[in-house]
Design a protein around this ligand. Sequence first.
Ligand SMILES: [Zn+2]
Ligand SMILES: [Zn+2]
Length: 173
Amino acid sequence: MLVDVVPVGDVSAQVKRQASAGLRSVYDCEVTIHDSQSVPTGAHDEKRDQYRAEEFIELAGRIGSADKNIAITPKDLFYRRRNYVFGLAYLDGKGSVISTYRLQTSSDGGFSNRSASEIFSDRVRKEVVHEIGHTMGLEHCDNKRCVMNFSPTVREVDVKEENLCGSCQRSVL
Ligand SMILES: [Zn+2]
Ligand SMILES: [Zn+2]
């Protein structure tokens, strides 16, 4: 499988590296990192001062030329009625997106003894693996340790692992 990563806005080298490493280790795929793209015009919602996740998915599918493409942005994303999203993908889609905006918040509350930078890196890896999982047809998984578990806050992100559980693995790999 080929995966293209499309940075949108000012994405750090750390984030690009972690995203790529997470995808490679879980899906054993080839990852290409594209040049940074500017934020799609019209993605910004003035009232909310947030960005529409769908516009980034569309951009990822347009710029990326792989089977699966994921946009990564530091912008704060929302989708429909949800206050914010860490990421978004359509089931079996070609494009997806994650936002690092809310992944940097605080520590993991002493859940581990990892540094803030390591915790942030872990979250980035888990979220890209999660969204690409959706594009491969995986839905949310009830297993709290599985990367496909629904994680509305960083608390749940920190609890889950970077990997697919056995049952998710069997359905895609
Ligand atoms: Zn999800
Ligand atoms: Zn699972």
